[in-house]
Design a protein around this ligand. Structure first.
Ligand code: PSU
Ligand code: MN
Length: 306
C-alpha cells in the first residue's frame, strides 16, 4: 500500500485485511448514484457487501467524499451517495484531481474505482457492467475511459459482460489492442449483461475461480501492465429475452440521439431509459447479476490469498 498518498483514506477494516493477506473485493459507486434509482441502489450496495462477506472476503466500496479518496466507505456514506443520486459528480479518471482539489464528492466509475483500488493494493473488483466502445463510436469517438484503465491499471474486473448499448465487437477489439485478457466464466460466448449470450466470443473460457486466480496472479507476477476482465453470465432465471431487451435498447439509443445526449451523460441516460421502457424488469436483472458477480469476485480473491 502506498502510505505516502496523502489523499487516500483506507478504512480500518480494509487496511487490516490487506495487511493480514486476507481477500478484499473493491466495489464502485457510480452504479449506486447513476446506475440505479433510490432506494434500490442503496439496498443493493449493502447486500452486495454482505454477499462478499458471506463468501469470505472483505468488501471495499470506493468513492470520493469531500475530496478524500475513500477505499471502504460506511453504510451511511453509501446511503448519502444513493440519496444524492445524479447530483453527485460521476467521477472518471479526468475528474479525480479536480474533485480532490475542490474537496467535492464523486461517485467512482469502473476506471476510477480501479485507480483507487490499485492505490490501496486491492487486486479484485466486482461490478455490473463496464463502459466500452459505444455504437457509432467511429463517428462520435465515445469510448469509455474504463477500457483505457483496463489497459494500464492492475485490477481484475468481474462483470456480466457489456450491455448492447455498446458495440460489443469493437469493445473486444479495443481490449485486445490494450492487451486485456477477456475471460468467460464457464462460457465461451461473451455475455451481454441482461442475456447470457451474444454473437461474440471471449478470449478464454475458465471454469473455476482457482483457474482465474492463477491466470491473474501470473499476469501480476509477470509485471504485465493492466487488468483482466472476467465476464460472468447472469443466472438463467434472471436473464431477459434477447429480442425483447435488444428492442428496448434500440429505442433508448434512438431517444438519446434525438435528445442529443453526449459524453458522460450517455451511459446513465441509457440505463435509466431502459429501466423505464422495461417497466423495471431490467432493474431486477441488473441487481441479480451484480450479486452473482460479487460472489465470484470474492471466490477469486479468496483463491488469490491461498
Ligand atoms: N454500465 C452499467 N451500469 C453502470 C455503468 C455502466 O451497466 O452503472 C457505469 C459504470 O460506473 C461505468 C460507467 O464505469 O457507467 C461508464 O461510463 P462511461 O460510458 O461514461 O465511461
Ligand atoms: Mn463516454
Amino acid at each position: 500500500m502506498d502510505q505516502f498518498n496523502k489523499y487516500l483514506d483506507v478504512s480500518a477494516e480494509v487496511k487490516a485485511a490487506l495487511e493480514e493477506g486476507k481477500p478484499v473485493v473493491a466495489l464502485e459507486s457510480t452504479i449506486i448514484s447513476h446506475g440505479m434509482p433510490y432506494p434500490q441502489n442503496v439496498e443493493t450496495a449493502l447486500q452486495v457487501e454482505q454477499i462478499i462477506r458471506d463468501n469470505g472476503a472483505v468488501p471495499a466500496t470506493i468513492a470520493i467524499i469531500k475530496g478524500r479518496l475513500k477505499v471502504g466507505i460506511s453504510p451511511n456514506e453509501i446511503d448519502y451517495l444513493g440519496k444524492k443520486g445524479l447530483e453527485v459528480a460521476k467521477a472518471s479518471r479526468r475528474d479525480v484531481p479536480i474533485l480532490t482539489a475542490a474537496k467535492a464528492d464523486g461517485a467512482t466509475t469502473v476506471a476510477t474505482t480501479m485507480i483507487l483500488a490499485a492505490m490501496a493494493g486491492i487486486k479484485v473488483f466486482a461490478t455490473g457492467g463496464i463502459g466500452g466502445v459505444h455504437r457509432g463510436a467511429e463517428v462520435t469517438m465515445d469510448i469509455s475511459a474504463d477500457l483505457e484503465e483496463l489497459g494500464m491499471t492492475p485490477v481484475m474486473v468481474v462483470c456480466a459482460g457489456a450491455k448492447s448499448i455498446l458495440d460489443l465487437g469493437l469493445t473486444l477489439e479495443y481490449l485486445e489492442t490494450k492487451g486485456v485478457p477477456v475471460i468467460g466464466y464457464q462460457t465461451k460466448t461473451l455475455p451481454a449483461f441482461y442475456t447470457r449470450d451474444s454473437e461474440f466470443h471471449v478470449d478464454y473460457r475458465m471454469d473455476t475461480p482457482k483457474e482465474i486466480a492463477e491466470a491473474w496472479t501470473a499476469k501480476l507476477e509477470l509485471g504485465l501492465k493492466g487488468g483482466m476482465l472476467v465476464t460472468n453470465p447472469i443466472p438463467k432465471e434472471y436473464a431477459m429475452e434477447s429480442s425483447y431487451i435488444n428492442k428496448c435498447i434500440e429505442e433508448a439509443i434512438e431517444e438519446a440521439e434525438e435528445k442529443g445526449i453526449k459524453g458522460k451523460e450517455t451511459t446513465p441516460f441509457l440505463l435509466a431509459k431502459i429501466k423505464e421502457i422495461t417497466g423495471g424488469e431490467s432493474l431486477d436483472s441488473n441487481i441479480q447479476l451484480v450479486f452473482n458477480n460479487a460472489k465470484l469476485a470474492a471466490q477469486i480473491a479468496g483463491e488469490m490469498c491461498k
